[in-house]
Write a protein of this length. Structure first.
Length: 256
């Protein structure tokens, strides 16, 4: 009952795998003042982690967001046609020449990739040595297990043995624990599987702000004016991020 009451009216009854739903999410990200400031902060973190150079940057799953408005040379992509997207593609089959990309970036996308191996093989081909993959993704902590496991609409299974997703569509198919599984729990396996990549940074953060923003499916619980106070509070609890964080900034370097 509570979830029904809190669900944003614009997304009620929508199919997650329909392009129209992504367009609604894009509208909510821009219109919800608290949520928009979260995305602006995320984009600043991603830009700060980008390598220098003149080659283009590929953004996966750019449909709901506005990263291309914050940085030049960004190729926006999605799994289906929708506004603000330049290329329709599959993350396991990238239509780019060898070594032609400076970086691949994504926000809340990696945990939707159905084939992690295929993505990294394509990234190895397309990202030039010295390039990076930069992402902000859900992260697994004691706190996030409670929230993602009981109150979130996407699957969340930190015990999954494989880097594969439950059956589902291009957006509804997900495992919110997948980034933690690949880059933390199975880090040694990742290093063996992809020796041309090195996990350079994992920075857990943001235990509460996304939750009170309502994200892209729920009503906002806070006005935009409350954002600085919540950011200050999260700064105070950052020392406990390993136990409380709901997201992480992840940087993976193409070493050679």
């Amino acid at each position: 009952m509570l979830k029904t009451l809190l669900t944003h009216p614009l997304v009620r009854g929508l199919d997650l795998d329909e392009p129209a739903t992504t367009a609604v999410k894009r509208r909510l990200v821009k219109d919800k003042a608290f949520l928009r400031r979260i995305y602006e902060e995320w984009y600043a973190m991603i830009v700060g982690a980008l390598p220098s150079g003149g080659q283009p940057i590929l953004e996966l799953g750019s449909g709901p967001g506005f990263f291309a408005e914050r940085h030049d040379g960004v190729i926006g992509s999605e799994v289906f046609p929708c506004p603000g997207v330049q290329v329709v593609l599959d993350g396991g089959r990238l239509p780019f020449a060898e070594g032609s990309l400076r970086a691949i970036v994504m926000t809340d996308v990696f945990h939707h990739l159905p084939d992690v191996g295929a993505f990294f093989r394509e990234a190895t081909r397309c990202v030039a040595p010295g390039g990076r993959i930069v992402m902000i993704e859900p992260w697994t902590t004691a706190w996030s297990k409670l929230i993602y496991g009981h109150f979130h609409h996407e699957p969340f299974d930190p015990t999954a043995k494989e880097w594969a997703l439950p059956c589902g569509g291009p957006v509804s198919g997900a495992n919110g624990a997948l980034p933690w599984i690949v880059f933390e729990r199975d880090r040694e396996a990742f290093d063996r599987a992809f020796p041309l990549w090195r996990i350079g940074l994992i920075e857990p953060f943001m235990p509460f702000r996304y939750l009170v923003s309502g994200g892209v499916s729920m009503r906002s619980l806070m006005p935009g004016a409350a954002f600085p106070a919540w950011r200050g509070f999260e700064t105070l609890v950052q020392p406990w991020a390993r136990s409380l964080a709901m997201f992480a900034l992840i940087v993976v370097d193409r070493v050679r």
